[in-house]
Write a protein that binds this ligand. Structure first.
Ligand SMILES: *[C@@H]1O[C@H](CO)[C@@H](O)[C@H](O)[C@H]1NC(C)=O
Ligand SMILES: *[C@@H]1O[C@H](CO)[C@@H](O)[C@H](O)[C@H]1NC(C)=O
Ligand SMILES: *[C@@H]1O[C@H](CO)[C@@H](O)[C@H](O)[C@H]1NC(C)=O
Ligand SMILES: *[C@@H]1O[C@H](CO)[C@@H](O)[C@H](O)[C@H]1NC(C)=O
Length: 226
């Protein structure tokens, strides 16, 4: 359906522009993604919008690493790769109430977002579950080929059913280690962001079963009224 596809792309751009009252967006042209993310007035598009989603840059990290049985998937939600569908199943039976399923950036990033005020998560239609958006500035080395727990900077959000713009100031991110908020963490190194994760989790039996969230984009913002 052409109208649906158009919507997905337009909503990313129009939604963001309307929400932050920024200048009209320019055509980003052929930018090299790694060296020059699409920068517009006050907005740096990281994923989605003019920076089309590339599924090879994302990978699943589910509770199967702890012998759980939850699953997550990330698929393009429109033919222009402007949006993605994060979905799957949280199974709280296997691990006695605990469950998580997530998609994270696959390669180590090295993003300097130090001049930005925070991040904007533009989400689309969803099931009303409580989702976590997680930022990391350091990835502990693997032990026996396995990921180790690290300090994560987390934001939990229940979006409107049809989605919306979620502005996350740096100070909104909660420093967390193994599920516990850390009172005195080292500050987030915004000059070297290494990983983004989009997660569905049970919050100890508070939610379970199938989950579904459309994500339009992840951007950094500065000097804009949110
Ligand atoms: C998608 O990402 C992969 C992994 O980083 C990269 O090798 C590939 O060139 C990218 N594809 C496009 C179309 O940018
Ligand atoms: C997962 O199961 C394997 C095989 O039974 C076991 O060796 C491993 O310790 C388990 N991992 C966790 C995190 O419980
Ligand atoms: C959840 O896990 C349990 C135990 O591992 C399994 O019996 C059940 O079929 C799973 N449920 C779903 C919906 O996959
Ligand atoms: C989402 O879950 C977190 C962690 O349990 C909780 O603090 C927050 O209030 C929840 N958000 C909503 C809107 O229920």
């Amino acid at each position: 359906m052409a109208t649906t596809r158009l919507h997905a792309c337009l909503l990313v751009l129009a939604g963001l522009v309307l929400a932050i009252n920024a200048a009209p967006l320019r055509e980003p042209g052929h930018l090299n993604r790694r060296q020059a993310p699409a920068e517009e007035d006050g907005l740096l598009f990281l994923y989605g919008g003019p920076q089309k989603w590339n599924l090879s840059q994302w990978t699943a990290q589910d509770d199967t690493v702890r012998n759980g049985t939850s699953k997550s998937f990330l698929e393009l939600a429109d033919h222009e790769a402007c949006s993605v569908h994060f979905h799957g199943n949280l199974n709280t039976t296997t691990l006695g109430g605990a469950a998580f399923a997530s998609q994270r950036t696959a390669d180590l990033l090295s993003l300097d977002l130090s001049t930005y005020d925070g991040l904007i998560l533009a989400v689309g239609p969803n099931d009303g579950k409580n989702y976590s958006f997680i930022v990391m500035d350091a990835i502990p080395p693997l032990v026996d080929g396995r990921e180790q727990s690290g300090l994560t900077w987390e934001y939990n959000v229940v979006a409107d059913k049809w989605g919306g713009i979620v502005a996350i100031k740096w100070s909104d991110l909660q420093p967390t280690f193994r599920g516990r908020v850390q009172p005195n963490p080292p500050p987030l190194n915004k000059a070297s962001i290494k990983r983004f994760t989009i997660m569905a989790r049970s919050f100890f039996n508070q939610q379970s079963g199938d989950f579904s969230l459309v994500v339009y984009g992840i951007s950094a913002y500065k000097n804009v009224d949110i």
